[in-house]
Design a protein around this ligand. Structure first.
Ligand code: PDD
Length: 286
């Protein structure tokens, strides 16, 4: 079965799908994106992801080329055509194709819309969560608006690769004041000595994760205290537990940071409890 992508109004074989070399995202990373989990054939927390897409579009003065109703149909059609029951759907909107010029293209230039679906291996993800992941820390060298979900991810890509080369899965980014902002592709959390969850406030320094927001609700339901405040690496080293959150990783326990063991060195009960509860709380739409 060949994979099917959606490009500017057409379903097309993934291998044949493409956009112009004049596309603004290719030339300037002038685009936004979302990644939504597909679990049991349903889209998880779709409303939150689409609301964030609209916000990203507003912040970059981009006009979304599809009405939300049509967009939702496309995402479902992609999941169905690619027979993805467990995986993700990726969607990207760019400022369209126009002769290279930093100024915005002339009004009326159509935005580019691309979407595709990926399968993921649920058993492999669960095994990874049982083992826990390693993290390294790196300076947060991103621009000052990482709250916008843009395709401009070069610092994130470099950080992830450096993590991989150090035997880790994620990089925690540290700001000029020594605080952990977030991961290169996830939000960062610790569990403090009192058992409270701590994560950076959703200000302009981090992406306001949809998974993160859902975990606020689950934490409350589980009677866990939660504090939104910046934390340092030193605090993280001595935390009882640490984990990352995101649509591709859900809750993924962190067992080492910069080679230092976190807590017992194994995934902790708070992280695993949040992970186990996630799909009981996150709305699934089919
Ligand atoms: N990344 N912070 C960053 C920098 C991210 O790239 C992501 C997600 C998150 C978590 O957001 P959410 O919970 O809404 O997925 C936080 C996606 C999955 C990606 O780029 O693949």
């Amino acid at each position: 079965m060949s994979r099917i992508a959606y490009v500017n109004g057409r379903y097309i074989r993934h291998a044949d799908a493409g956009v112009s070399i004049d596309d603004r995202a290719f030339l300037f990373a002038d685009g936004i994106y979302e990644v939504i989990e597909i679990f049991d054939g349903k889209l998880i927390d779709e409303a939150g992801h689409l609301a964030r897409l609209e916000r990203s579009a507003r912040e970059l003065r981009l006009t979304l080329p599809l009405a939300q109703g049509v967009l939702k149909l496309v995402l479902r059609e992609l999941a169905a055509r690619n027979r993805v029951t467990d995986g993700h759907v990726y969607l990207q909107v760019t400022r369209g194709a126009a002769r290279r010029d930093h100024f915005f293209p002339k009004p009326g230039t159509p935005a580019t819309f691309v979407a595709f679906a990926h399968r993921s291996d649920r058993a492999a993800a669960e095994a990874k969560a049982r083992a826990g992941i390693k993290v390294i820390s790196l300076p947060d060298i991103r621009w000052k608006r990482p709250d916008i979900k843009t395709t401009s991810l070069l610092p994130n890509v470099l950080a992830k690769q450096q993590a991989r080369e150090a035997g880790a899965y994620e990089a925690w980014l540290v700001d000029a004041d020594g605080y952990v902002t977030e991961g290169a592709s996830s939000n960062a959390w610790i569990v403090d000595g009192q058992g409270a969850l701590v994560t950076h406030p959703a200000d302009s320094a981090i992406l306001s994760g949809i998974t993160r927001a859902r975990l606020f609700q689950i934490a409350a339901a589980q009677g866990l205290a939660l504090v939104e405040r910046p934390f340092t690496l030193e605090e993280a080293f001595s935390a009882g537990e640490a984990f990352i959150s995101g649509a591709t990783t859900l809750v993924m326990p962190v067992v080492a940071i910069d080679g230092r063991t976190i807590g017992s060195g194994a995934p902790g009960p708070v992280s695993l409890g949040l992970r186990a509860a996630f799909h009981d709380y996150a709305p699934a739409s089919g």
